[in-house]
Each structure stands twice: as C-alpha cells, then as structure tokens.
Design a protein around this ligand. Structure first.
Ligand code: PTJ
Length: 254
C-alpha cells in the first residue's frame, strides 16, 4: 500500500514511493522539513549506487544483524525520516533481534516525539523509548543530547539510521557499537560507524531482518565470525568505487 498512482514497473518506482512517504510524514507532523532535504541528498547517492543493495552493503547488513543478535542491550534509534519511511519494517527488525526502539530527534519537540510514538504504536510497537529523556549523550548541546538512560544511554549496540554526523561521533565516543545506515559513504556518520551500511533505509531494514531471521538459531561462534569477517573500511571504499563508476549502474534509471 503506497497511495501512489505510479506503476511498479516505472524505473524510478522505489524512489517515487520514498518521496511520497516522506511527504506524507511531513503532512502527519512526524518528519521535519529538513527531513525532505536529507532525503534529497540521500536520493542523489542512491541514484549513483544504481538504487540497489550492493554486495558490500548486503555484507554490512548481515554483520549488523549479527551484532544486534549478539548484543545484551540493543537499541534501534528512530528519527522523523525513519518513522515515515519504514515504521512497520523497523518494528519487525526490533522484534526479530530483541532490540528496543527509541525515538531520538535532531529537531526535537514534544509534539513530534508524541506523534512518532503514536505512529510506531500504530505499526505494532509495544514499547517506545525516548520520551523520558533522563539520560544525556556527553559532548552535545541540550536537545540533541537527550536519550533514555535505560535505552540509548546504556545500550551496547545502537542502530542509527540517517544520523547527523556530530551525534554519530558522540555516540561512538561513548564506546557504543554503532551501526549506521547512510547512503553517503563519505559522511562522518558512516566513517565513525563500527558497521557503515551504505544502502537505502527502505532496502536496508528488511534485509537486516531477513539476515537476522537466517542467523537467529546459529551459535555465538558463527555470529562472531560474521562480525569478524566484515571489513568496514573495505565496505566504504567499495561504495565509493561504485559511485565513481556510476555511469553503468545509472544506465537503466532515467
Ligand atoms: O527527524 P530529525 O529531527 O531527527 O531529523 C532527521 C534528519 C535526517 C533531518 C537529520 O538527522 C539530518 O539533518 O540529517 P543529515 O545531516 O542531513 O544526514 C542525513 C544523511 O542520511 C545524509 O548523509 C543522507 O545521504 C542520508 N540519507 C538520506 N535519506 C536516506 C539516507 N540514507 C539511507 N536511506 C535514506 N532513505
């Protein structure tokens, strides 16, 4: 269900669905207007990547799934773009990996926090963290630093899709293992991440869930070897190479 009158055969179908969801998110008061700009930036990178999950991103998604399954206190951070683009998919990933969901906003207002929490509950979330905001990420100004002490504040692994570079760096400084979804392999968020996932959130979240399902019954040693085999530096280089040689991957897009 997209509410969008575009045939699925359209070469830019996924991109048009994404734009539509973000637009709806703004109308619903869950996505910020800056979220539209962030989406545009992401879309440009996605175009250059060929609007598909490249092999190294798939490996990153598998490693991220392994990290979430191995964690004692995993948390998935949700902002206004994530809530608009993949609410049900995020709830599903949390359920499969045993992660908490926490709303963590760059442009934080009580009204947006409440609306996003309601939106996530409507998509099946039982518990949504972020509203008590009794913890702080050190080194950030007040609003952006607010987290739940028993959520991101004490998590060992955090998945932060579409994070702003400053906060991604501050979370990583806390010693938290950070899994970042960002289509820009040059962004600070991607570069400070333990696992940079250079892929569209719309593809990355369901693919992480599929990997988590596949890995759910494997032993700790197998999960550790998935984690150890992943090379973050190589994944970033691979995405950059793909972007630099974009002409062939873009040929089929209009
Ligand atoms: O809802 P809020 O208030 O927390 O604000 C959220 C945004 C995203 C507006 C805020 O965090 C922000 O301004 O982020 P930036 O600094 O623009 O960074 C967003 C990054 O996400 C950019 O590097 C984009 O390339 C990337 N991006 C955008 N859309 C997607 C994406 N990455 C993956 N999938 C996308 N759909």
């Amino acid at each position: 269900m997209t509410g969008l009158e575009v045939p699925e055969t359209h070469p830019r179908y996924e991109s048009l669905v994404t734009r539509h969801r973000i637009e709806e998110g703004v109308d619903l008061g869950i996505t910020s207007k800056q979220g539209l700009i962030a989406q545009g930036r992401g879309e440009a990178f996605d175009y250059l990547l060929g609007e598909e999950t490249i092999t190294s991103a798939d490996a990153a998604e598998r490693a991220a799934a392994a990290y979430l399954l191995r964690a004692d206190r995993p948390v998935i951070s949700v902002n206004g773009n994530v809530a608009a683009l993949a609410p049900g998919e995020t709830v599903e990933l949390a359920a499969v990996t045993g992660a908490e969901i926490e709303i963590n906003l760059f442009n934080r207002t009580d009204e947006r926090m409440e609306r996003i929490a309601e939106h996530l509950r409507n998509h099946g979330a039982e518990t949504v963290k972020g509203l008590s905001a009794d913890g702080r990420i050190p080194g950030l100004d007040h609003e952006r630093a607010k987290v739940d002490a028993d959520g991101i504040g004490s998590a060992d692994v955090v998945l932060v899709p579409l994070e702003d570079g400053d906060r991604a760096a501050a979370i990583s400084e806390m010693g938290t293992t950070e899994l970042v979804v960002d289509l820009n392999p040059l962004s600070r968020s991607a570069r400070v991440a333990t696992v940079p996932i250079v892929d569209n959130l719309l593809r990355a979240v369901p693919n992480m869930t599929a990997h988590a399902r596949d890995l759910a019954d494997t032993d700790a040693d197998t999960l550790d070897s998935v984690i150890d085999d992943f090379d973050a530096e190589r994944a970033l280089e691979d995405a950059e190479e793909r972007i630099r040689g974009a002409r062939s991957s873009c040929d089929r897009l209009t």
